[in-house]
Design a binder for this molecule. Structure first.
Ligand code: AP5
Length: 631
């Protein structure tokens, strides 16, 4: 779907659209346009290059008629290619990242700063008007910029290749204009950089008028003396003007955020440009995959007894993760979302050659600590994963641990009692998969046969007085390089029947448990140890980043999950606290209050009721009030 990458910024900004020196555009009138009609252009001329104002440029003229009764229509359906908005303070690195994004994803880069500089350089009517605002570090009037952007968006290349909007919208009026035209991005990326760094970046910025490449005297010096000699400084890059631009950015940022909060992702822009790009790359790739998944599920013909009979993934409805997770029982749509989410992550991991995997999914119906726990949901999840591998021709052994001690149920975790029988009696599809491609077994070395390709272990866990890890270890050794997938394992040592913790070999056991790589993680975050209300969620689906969401009540009575931050590793307590409190990353402070409690619960990766309770006791009424006021 995507064009192959291209090597220079010139070529990343497609010139396929016919350009001519003098151009005008006309709006289709309402009567002559259908609902999907787009702007009609007689001609358009924009040199889409960073810093076009310093290079040779054609004259441009925008025939803007603000009194026109015509209606702008830009058609943007969900099946179109990637649509991205990037925002951030002056010098947060938008342009730098856009170069990299365009190179990788082939999107059409629309930078209002570049468009305006082109007009200024060409000394057009618009350029002359815009110049005084730009030089003063102020925003150019909305109607000028909006007309430029909507015109550019409606061109064929943007529709076909997708677009990357940089520096627009910058006011609530601009955001509203796009909403009215039904122009919405798939994702709204915000680069977050501290003020003092921004000023240094602006003052040190240099631009190459020939290539449009962005340099910095210290951070990214030019490659050769020849380039160095021709570099120029932007007129609005003085310290005073940067401060004015920063003030304006801050005044407008919140208003725009409210329009895009459900698709907003904040990225720490104070990292090397490669690291920042890695994060953006991972997010955009995820959006693309979700889009493909959505289209596939919408187009798929339901098949009975297979996971493909699930309802379409409602990404548009949920914009990320499902809502109403405290409605028990979960709807089929919600269960299907999670089954599919886990399945995709597991398959990607196995396809990438990972062999020691764990899935931790903690929605209420899969949380044995809650009285709404449903063994049926766990079994359904296992069946979907197992059948999917079997569909690929792999022989899957689904293993559930048996009793590990004397007597009927002694040593059997209560959560698993009867599970084996349920698995035996379950419907494994119409094609006789059970007994051939699917086998039911136990946990232990003796269960590993030569023909098995994949092992799925159902919630392996320690029982009072017994530790499953030794059996698990022997089994994985026997499995060798074949994938072993633990679904909701609970491998922490528990107190023995005597009430004494098993300490012998504990370190080694925990080290072994930690050797399983997380390929899927989903955990709801609750307020101060209660199970209501849900405050947010942490999700990770291999190979993507951990995503931290906050649940937000909407005036309409509905709710939504807003992404607060992403992390390459499972976030620390401080990371989570800071994200919820809106603080910059890597603060040196210790976790405290509610968020400290929340994060300490889930960061362990396994429920630990005892420590939760003692942590709960530390939460003071004062901190509760303080944090409640955040909402
Ligand atoms: P515009 O050109 O959009 O300026 P801006 O938003 O202020 O952003 P900048 O271009 O200054 O910075 P950037 O985030 O692209 O950073 P860059 O990658 O270059 O707009 C200019 C003017 O046009 C506005 O002031 C306004 O008047 C007008 N305008 C534009 N859009 C408008 C709208 N919608 N409505 C009304 N008016 C509008 O990087 C900066 C420097 O940092 C470089 O030197 C770079 O090398 C360096 N750098 C980048 N990334 C890193 C990193 N990770 N680490 C270290 N250094 C880095």
């Amino acid at each position: 779907m995507l064009p192959s990458s291209v090597s220079s910024f010139h070529t990343t900004n497609p010139t396929s659209t016919p350009l001519s020196p003098l151009s005008t555009f006309s709006f289709l009138s309402a009567s002559s346009s259908s609902s999907s009609s787009s702007l009609s252009f007689q001609q358009s001329s924009l040199q889409r290059r960073r810093l076009v104002s310093f290079g040779p440029i054609s004259k441009t003229l925008f025939g803007i008629n603000s009194k026109s009764k015509g209606i702008l229509r830009v058609s943007c359906s969900t099946s179109e290619p990637l649509k991205v908005m990037i925002s951030g303070a002056p010098a947060s690195g938008k342009g730098t990242q856009c170069e990299l994004i365009v190179k990788k994803f082939g999107l059409v880069h629309i930078s209002t700063g570049d468009l305006l500089r082109a007009e200024v350089s060409a000394e057009t009517e618009i350029g002359n008007k815009a110049k005084e605002f730009m030089n003063a570090g102020r925003l150019v009037p909305d109607e000028i910029v909006t007309a430029m952007v909507t015109a550019r968006l409606s061109l064929q290349d943007a529709k076909e290749k997708g677009w990357l909007l940089d520096g627009y919208p910058r006011s609530s009026a601009q955001a509203e204009s796009l909403e009215k035209l039904n122009v919405r991005p798939d994702i709204y990326v915000v680069l977050d950089v501290p003020d003092e760094i921004l000023i240094n970046r602006c003052v040190g910025r240099r631009l190459d008028p020939e290539t449009g490449k962005i340099y910095h005297v210290k951070n990214f010096p030019p490659e050769t003396e020849e380039i160095k000699a021709r570099l120029v400084t932007r007129p609005d890059d003085t310290e005073g003007k940067v401060k004015a631009r920063l003030d304006i950015y801050k005044k407008n940022a919140d208003a725009i955020l409210s329009t895009y909060s459900n698709i907003m992702v904040k990225i720490d822009g104070n990292q090397s440009k490669e690291v920042v790009f890695k994060e953006i790359d991972s997010l955009l790739s995820q959006v693309q995959r979700d889009e493909v998944k959505l289209l596939k599920s919408e187009n798929s013909v339901p098949e009975s007894g297979s996971h493909s009979s699930q309802a379409p993934v409602s990404r548009d409805k949920w914009r990320g993760i499902p809502t109403r997770l405290n409605n028990i029982p979960h709807s089929r749509e919600i269960r299907n979302y999670f089954y599919d989410d886990v399945l995709q992550a597991t398959q990607r991991s196995v396809n990438d050659g990972r062999t020691r995997l764990r899935v931790d999914i903690n929605i209420p119906e899969l949380n044995p600590e809650m009285d709404v726990y449903r063994i049926g949901t766990l079994m359904e999840l296992i069946r979907i994963i197992a059948l999917s591998f079997a569909d690929d021709g792999k022989r899957v052994k689904v293993c559930v641990q048996g009793s590990m001690g004397e007597g009927a149920l002694s040593g059997m975790p209560l959560q698993l009692a009867g599970t084996r029988k349920i698995l035996e009696f379950m419907d494994w599809g119409d094609y006789g998969a059970k007994g051939t491609f699917i086998k039911i077994g136990s946990i232990g070395e003796q269960e590993v046969s030569e023909e098995d390709d994949v092992f799925i272990l159902v919630a392996p866990q320690n029982a009072v007085g017994n530790c499953i890890i030794d059996d698990l270890k022997a089994m994985t050794v026997a499995a060798g390089s074949r994938p072993v997938i633990l679904i909701n394992p609970r491998l922490k040592d528990l107190p023995g029947s005597s009430g004494v913790m098993q300490t012998m070999g504990r370190d080694k056991r925990l080290e072994y448990a930690a050797s399983f790589e997380s390929c899927y993680f989903f955990r709801l975050l609750y307020f101060a140890g209660t199970q209501y209300p849900i405050m947010g969620a942490l999700r990770m689906s291999y190979p993507y980043r951990y995503e931290l969401y906050k649940r937000v009540d909407q005036p309409s009575g509905t709710e939504k999950y807003v992404i607060l931050s992403t992390f390459s590793e499972k976030p620390s307590i401080d990371d989570v606290n800071d994200a919820f409190m809106g603080k910059p990353r890597n603060g040196a402070k210790k976790a405290s209050g509610f968020w400290g409690f929340l994060s300490s619960v889930f960061l362990s990766g396994e429920d630990d009721v005892t420590s939760n309770i003692s942590e709960l006791a530390r939460v003071t009424v004062k901190s509760q009030i303080g944090l409640m006021s955040l909402y």
